[in-house]
Design a protein around this ligand. Structure first.
Ligand code: CA
Length: 241
């Protein structure tokens, strides 16, 4: 099955460049240049992955990304933000609102394609059958749904993969370097603190209903999924910014 990539971008030169290179790589490509038409187009086309420009006419990429993440049918679609803004604060903001990756213009096409492939690989394991359970957390890998007790938890693809990886070996502490390699892929450069940003998002989503925090931050060591032991030092929520 061909992976469908949707380009949401208003700069003709970039659309032409991306369309040419992505089609050459064997992807099916669709384009939208008006921000206000993006959401409907995504609903209709159901792309495998979205390249989303930040500054768009009528509706910006941040708002479109939020809409995608709030939609039950679309929230698992990986999103790569494309933007001319290079500020670190904007990058973190982009990741915080639900983008899975971020590229600053002008970007290298081979690097973008490597990142697309890494994201697509990341969602592949989600399609395998099975279920992972730890305490009141249940991950249905066939339908990509996550539950805490009876509450359905909404996660983006990166948080899903991160949780899946931690759930596959409960209580095992994984260094951030290893999480980067396993969840993001070894072939792309992502900063270590990106892991912290996604862990924070994962933790927020998992504990939204007031549940016990089962994601353990082990200072200077990494993260694990673990039961809270009485008398445990309060390590959680203290990740460095
Ligand atoms: Ca633009």
């Amino acid at each position: 099955m061909t992976d469908k990539i949707m380009i949401i971008e208003d700069e003709e030169d970039i659309i032409t460049l991306l369309r040419y290179n992505l089609e050459k790589e064997g992807f099916e490509v669709s384009c939208v240049s008006d921000g206000s038409k993006a959401f409907n187009a995504i609903k209709i086309n159901q792309p495998t992955l979205i390249l989303l420009d930040w500054m768009l006419p009528n509706m910006n990429g941040i708002d479109i990304c939020k809409q995608i993440r709030y939609d039950n049918d679309l929230r698992n679609i990986p999103v790569i933000m494309l933007t001319a803004r290079g500020e670190e604060a904007d990058k973190i903001k982009g990741l915080t609102i639900g983008a899975d990756d971020y590229m600053t213009k002008p970007f290298s096409v081979p690097e973008l394609i490597a990142r697309i492939r890494a994201l697509l690989r990341r969602i592949q394991p989600m399609k395998t059958k099975g279920e992972l359970v730890f305490e009141d957390i249940r991950m249905d890998l066939a339908t990509c749904r996550v539950f805490r007790g009876n509450r359905s938890v909404h996660l983006g693809p990166t948080e899903f993969r991160l949780l899946q990886f931690l759930m596959e070996q409960p209580r095992h502490v994984f260094p951030r370097e290893q999480l980067l390699k396993e969840v993001w892929g070894a072939d792309i450069h992502v900063e270590l603190r990106t892991v912290d940003v996604h862990i924070r998002r994962l933790r927020k989503a998992m504990n939204e209903g007031g549940e016990t925090d089962l994601i353990r931050t082990v200072r200077a060591a990494g993260y694990s999924i673990d039961s809270k032991q009485p008398g445990d030092p309060e390590e959680n929520g203290n990740e460095t910014e």
